[in-house]
Structure formats: structure tokens, C-alpha cells
Design a protein around this ligand. Structure first.
Ligand SMILES: Cc1cc2nc3c(=O)[nH]c(=O)nc-3n(C[C@H](O)[C@H](O)[C@H](O)COP(=O)(O)O)c2cc1C
Length: 322
């Protein structure tokens, strides 16, 4: 398969693993890239030293391109280190890389910008973005969009003209990918679907919860805001979320069970109620009650395949879907 996006980035298949915070490490990102797609690691909250080590790990595992992501609601402290370590593609979300674009260019790397409106697309194109990611409100994790993907995609594609657009939000099957391509996108980016893979660093409880989840359980809220206040995110219903809603969605400082330790990281650090960290491998405690990021496509997740099997399956389905 060759299209403007695959040619631009040097990938075989226009299937992107989304940046999914701490859930994706080097192993997952490298496996997706090695399978011909585009793997990702999220570096917004990663120290410069760890960034350098992570990129070295990915490069040991694959020679194929991968993307590193920075949420611009925070200072992208590790961007220079990621570029020095040889990150070939950078994606930015939740903001425009006004001050970062020239740095990325000076390293010969490419960059994409996540947008959620045609106006956002225009701003990113004014900065000469190599490609755009069009996020719809169906997305899991933090949601910058307010409109459904199928509502916003045509306007973003029209604005982008020859610049390739990657569709994201609620995409979990090859049929969804096919629809995105038929809607004018040059590729699709999947987050929640890759949480449920063998290489993902998500806790098994979280992966299995995704298998049993229905779309209507993946709701948009501002409940889990410790770490990133006032930012909308889509998560599965949990006892913490339901208790907070039953109390009338009170603000921080007045919430039920605030300050409780719900679980512990493998190294003993506590996870406090309302934290924005999802359940990760090695955690112990009530991990089912942490924030379970999920897009509305979660109802399509029925198994926990390896990332390479998943990429191959998604692309096979996308080609033959009607
Ligand atoms: C667990 C999880 C963590 C996420 N972390 C990030 C992140 O660090 N940076 C970012 O730009 N988007 C992040 N997202 C959003 C994804 O990039 C993407 O927009 C979303 O997953 C697409 O929707 P889907 O989950 O329905 O496929 C995250 C999503 C999930 C599910």
C-alpha cells in the first residue's frame, strides 16, 4: 500500500498506534512499527534521561520509523533529547508547536499536529505540519475534540488539501479504518485497541475490562483530573466515577474519597483516587477503580493479540471490508 502518508513517513501500512501515555513502552511501539505500521511513545511526562534510553531501546528493536508525542498543554521538556536520540517523527497534541516546529526541522525530523476542527487544521498548516491527526470526540484518553470524527473529518481533509490526514477516535476495527480512508483520511490512529495487546504495559485487569466493555460505558468526564486539571477525558465507568456523579460531580477538594490510596505502583508509589494514571503492569490494589481510559470503539475489542498480529489483522480487514 502506498499513499502520500506512507510515502512521507516510510511506512508500509497506514495504521498508527496512538500515543497512549505510560501504557506504551518501547516494546509496543517497536512491534507496531516493525509490523509495518507506526508505533508511538508519549514523552510529555518522561524525563530527558528516560527519553534517551527509551528511544535507544526502540532503535534496538526496530529499524522502522516511529513517532514520539508531546501534549503541548505541558512544557515539552524532553523534546530536544528525543530529537538528539534520533526520533524521526514527532506528533503534538493539545496545542500548536509555534516554538517547537523549527527545532524539529533542524533535526530533519517530520511532525504531525493533532487537530479537532478545520480552523485547527489551518493553524497547523500555517506551521507547515507534514501531516495532521484529526481526533473525534469518540476517542479514549484525553479528548481535545468536541465533535464526532465523521462530522469533523471532511472539513479537516478539505482544509488539508494535499497534506495527509490521520483519523483518530473510536476506531477499533479494519472496517472502521476502511471508512476513515473512504472519508478522505490517508491513515487511521488507534489508541484503546492497542491497550489490549500483549506488549502493552496496561494491567491485565484493565485489558480484560476493555474486552467486556460496551460503548455506552466509555463516557466523557473531567473526573480523573489529578495531574491534568480541567481536561476532558473518556474513561469506563468505575466505582470512583459513579460515587463522584452520585455526589453531584463536586469540584476538587470536595469529592468523595479524595486522597484515598486506591492502589500502588510496582515500586511502591501510591496511586491516589482521581489520579490520571491508568492501571499499569505491576500495580497492586483496587486497580479496577483507577482511571480506565477507553474510546467508544471498546465494544469491538474481543481479545488481547500481539501488536504485530493486530496490525496485520486490521489491515487485512480494512482491505476486504465492504
Ligand atoms: C490510555 C490512553 C492514553 C493516552 N495518552 C495520550 C497522550 O499521552 N498523548 C496524546 O496525544 N493522546 C493520548 N491519548 C489519546 C490518543 O492519542 C488518541 O487520540 C485516542 O486513543 C484515539 O481514540 P481511541 O482510543 O478510541 O482509538 C491516550 C489515549 C489512551 C486510550
Amino acid at each position: 500500500m502506498t499513499n502520500p502518508l506512507t510515502s512521507l513517513l516510510g511506512i508500509d501500512i497506514p495504521v498508527f498506534q496512538a500515543p497512549i501515555g505510560s501504557v506504551a513502552g518501547a516494546e509496543l511501539a517497536a512491534a507496531v512499527s516493525d509490523a509495518g505500521g507506526m508505533g508511538a511513545i508519549a514523552l510529555t511526562w518522561t524525563s530527558p534521561a528516560k527519553t534517551t534510553a527509551l528511544i535507544a531501546d526502540i532503535k534496538q528493536l526496530t529499524t522502522k520509523p516511529f513517532q514520539v508525542n508531546f501534549v503541548l498543554a505541558f512544557e515539552p521538556q524532553s523534546l530536544p533529547h528525543a530529537l538528539e536520540a534520533g526520533a524521526p517523527v514527532v506528533t503534538f497534541s493539545w496545542g500548536m508547536p509555534h516554538t517547537q516546529a523549527s527545532l524539529v526541522r533542524s533535526f530533519g525530523a517530520k511532525f504531525g499536529v493533532q487537530v479537532s476542527t478545520a480552523d485547527g487544521a489551518k493553524q497547523a498548516l500555517d506551521l507547515d505540519a507534514d501531516f495532521l491527526i484529526c481526533q473525534g470526540v469518540e476517542a479514549g484518553g484525553h479528548v481535545q475534540a468536541t465533535q464526532r470524527l465523521w462530522q469533523v473529518l471532511p472539513g479537516v481533509v478539505a482544509e488539508a488539501e494535499a497534506v495527509p490526514v490521520v483519523a483518530a477516535g473510536g476506531i477499533a476495527t479494519g472496517t472502521h479504518i476502511r471508512h476513515a480512508l473512504e472519508g478522505g483520511a490517508s491513515g487511521a490512529m488507534l489508541g484503546t485497541r492497542f491497550v489490549a495487546t500483549t506488549q502493552s504495559l496496561a494491567h491485565e485487569t484493565y485489558k480484560h475490562r476493555l474486552i467486556s466493555a460496551a460503548s455506552h460505558e466509555a463516557i466523557l468526564t473531567v473526573c480523573f483530573d489529578r495531574g491534568w486539571p480541567y481536561a476532558a477525558h473518556r474513561v469506563l465507568r468505575t466505582p470512583t466515577l459513579e460515587a463522584w456523579e452520585a455526589a453531584g460531580c463536586p469540584p476538587s477538594g470536595q469529592r468523595p474519597g479524595e486522597g484515598d490510596i486506591v492502589a500502588h505502583h510496582g515500586d511502591g508509589r501510591p496511586c491516589v483516587r482521581y489520579e490520571d494514571t491508568p492501571p499499569l503492569r505491576g500495580m497492586t490494589g483496587d486497580v479496577h477503580d483507577l482511571c480506565l481510559y477507553a474510546g467508544v470503539g471498546c465494544s469491538e475489542i474481543k481479545d488481547i493479540p500481539s501488536a504485530s498480529d493486530l496490525v496485520a489483522r486490521l489491515w487485512r480487514e480494512a482491505q476486504y471490508a465492504r
